[in-house]
Structures are given as C-alpha cells and as structure tokens.
Write a protein that binds this ligand. Structure first.
Ligand code: C5P
Length: 214
C-alpha cells in the first residue's frame, strides 16, 4: 500500500503520516504536495524510515525529463512516474538518466484511472483504455522503464505481457460503496490484488476518512 499524501502543505501531510503509525511503509508525494514542500519533505519522510513514491507524472521533451529524473534522484525518492504518452525518445532518455547510482525506479503511467473510453475518444484515441494501456506498457518496457501505473481493469493483461517480476501499480482503489470522486476505472483493494497488482495507491478513502486507521 502507498498512501497518496494529496495535501497542500507539509504539516497536514506529516500529521496524517504520524496518525498512521507504522501501518504503512510507502507514501506517495504528488504534484500538489511536492510543489508546496519540495525535496525537504521527501528527506523528512526518508529520515522517518519511509519509502517515497514521487508521482510527478513527467511529460516533456526528452532532455527536460532526463534532467528532472536527475533532480528527483538527488531528493531520494524510490519511485518516480512519467507519462508513457510522452513517447519512446522521452522514456529512453529518462531510463538512461535513471541508471545513475541511487536513482529511483521509473514507472510509466499508461492511461489515467480518471479516464474512460469517452475521455480517450476526446483526445483522439479510439482504442479502449485496455488496448491503449497495453500498447503504452509494451512501449515503456521496450524503452527500459521498470514498471507501470494502470487500472485494475488492465492489470491482468499487463501481468501476462510483462511477467511476474513487473512492478504494476494500481490507483483508483475504492472500498465497495465508497465515493468514486473523479475516478472512473476503479476496483476494490481485494480485486486489484487478486488481479495481480504489486502496489495499491489509496488517497481520499484514507486521507479524507474520519478515522484513517480504520
Ligand atoms: O484519492 P485517490 O485514491 O483517488 O487518489 C489516487 C492518487 O493516485 C492520486 O494522488 C492521483 O494523482 C494518483 N494517480 C491516479 N491515476 C493514475 C496515476 C496516479 O489516480 N493513473
């Protein structure tokens, strides 16, 4: 489990971390928190003994993304995301940058879990989310990317394609009956694990719960 620390300041994020005690080893720092708190927050989490998943979803020209990978390496994150739709040259440059000692493992975001087939059609992609996710996962793998972010709906086919060692990270996790918020391709924790997930990402069902521990 990686808990998504989607907060706008470090104090709120660390309060939640403290309230969870040692029940969670991985914390995900996304754009909202990273833009507010930056590398010192990552160092703080590392000093407390946690692993940091830096979810910056990089998507830019190859040189810029490779440079950002080097900056994130200095921060001490263990995982870093980039968008597979940035293309082969971008992912290859990122993978090369991530061969330096201490680099994070790279995860390619295939199709956002907030997107369904209608949303994909709106950006000119007429394939299903499952077909698009598989296409991007194969491309990312061929560029040397370590793992993928996809929805639970695609994890079984990506697992078959990429093998048992592939790191498959699944957001869009909702307990049965919970609010979907902006997520579309969702699953319960149980079904995502049964389908082959390596790591579940959970945000609001924990961070906005009256009691995050339950
Ligand atoms: O609150 P919720 O559980 O929906 O949060 C999901 C987290 O996972 C958010 O931080 C979001 O940025 C991230 N994420 C996602 N879909 C992806 C990749 C990352 O929801 N494809």
């Amino acid at each position: 489990l990686a808990v998504a620390l989607d907060f706008s300041d470090a104090r709120q994020a660390l309060d939640l971390v403290d309230s969870l005690g040692d029940t969670c080893q991985w914390f995900k720092v996304g754009m909202e928190l990273y833009y507010a708190a930056g590398n010192p927050l990552i160092e703080d989490l590392r000093n407390r003994g946690f692993d940091v998943f830096l979810d910056l979803k990089l998507h830019d020209i190859p040189n810029t993304v490779a440079s950002a990978v080097r900056t994130a390496t200095a921060a001490g994150a263990s995982l870093l995301t980039l968008h597979a739709s940035g293309g082969a040259a971008m992912m290859t440059a990122a993978a090369q940058a991530a061969t330096a000692p201490g680099s994070p493992r790279l995860l390619a975001v295939t199709v956002l879990t907030s997107m369904d087939a209608t949303e994909l059609t709106g950006i000119g992609i007429t394939d299903t989310p499952a077909a698009q996710a598989l296409r991007l996962a194969k491309l990312a793998r061929s560029c040397g990317i370590d793992g993928m972010v996809c929805s639970s709906e695609e994890v079984a086919s990506l697992r078959t394609e990429l093998g048992p060692e592939a790191l498959l990270v699944i957001p869009g996790i909702r307990p049965a009956g919970a609010a979907l918020n902006d997520q579309k391709r969702i699953a319960t924790p149980e079904s995502a694990i049964a389908a082959g997930a390596s790591l579940l990402v959970v945000g609001r069902p924990i961070t906005r719960a009256d009691n995050p521990m339950t």
